[in-house]
Write a protein that binds this ligand. Sequence first.
Ligand code: PXP
Length: 247
Amino acid sequence: MIQLGVNIDHIATIRQARKTFEPDPVTAASLAVLGGADIITVHLREDQRHIQDRDVRLLRETIFTKLNLEMSTAPEIVDIALKTKPEQVTLVPEKRQEITTEGGLDVVSQKKTIMDAVKRFKDAGILVSLFIDPEENQIAASKDAGAQFVELHTGNYATAKDTTTRDKMIEKLQTGAKAAQKLGLQVNAGHGLTYQNVGLLVESLDVGELHIGHSIVSRAVFVGIQQAVSEMKELIFKHNLQKHIQG
Ligand code: PXP
């Protein structure tokens, strides 16, 4: 079974547009779990542009599925994470001006910093995933840094403008996934996935977790978050079954 991680950052983005109390991502998280979310993900950015300290604290108290905290290695965020004790952290690169996470983490050039952070989390019993592009050197460096998971960046697959590019991106992800699995890393994937493009990815790639945010929250505006999550779960289930039937 592929686990679905639902990123609820953009519920908080709407709230922060007015700096008010609604909609509350904590309520959204409970409804997402009712809809079948296996994991709730939030990205506590240094600028707290959407998710706030308060959200992370309350989610930890109210969510009993896996809580996955996306974060940079900034010391104050690492301290919050160690205090909150989510089941998992996903380390991502973070730039102030970006609209969303733009590329994978450069584990190769920041190995020491990442390795130190990974060690602190592992010592605290927290699983560590590194969000990387499907490049062999980044995969090998992730293993060296001590992470248990890699989340392969699916953005280039999601934004491919034609089928040739899309198929090339799928091949790249497949090669990356195999290399990571060979090293004993669990492979997750995410970024830019939608109701339209998730099926082909599920049929092409063996992954443990899929992490999806924007598309689910967008659909939730019209159908509610519980239903939006449940529709995504069903799609993933259907395409995963299809893959196993086709062998
Ligand atoms: N995975 C990671 C590491 C991310 O940074 C994000 C965006 O916050 C996602 C998955 C979800 O991406 P999207 O919102 O495009 O589904």
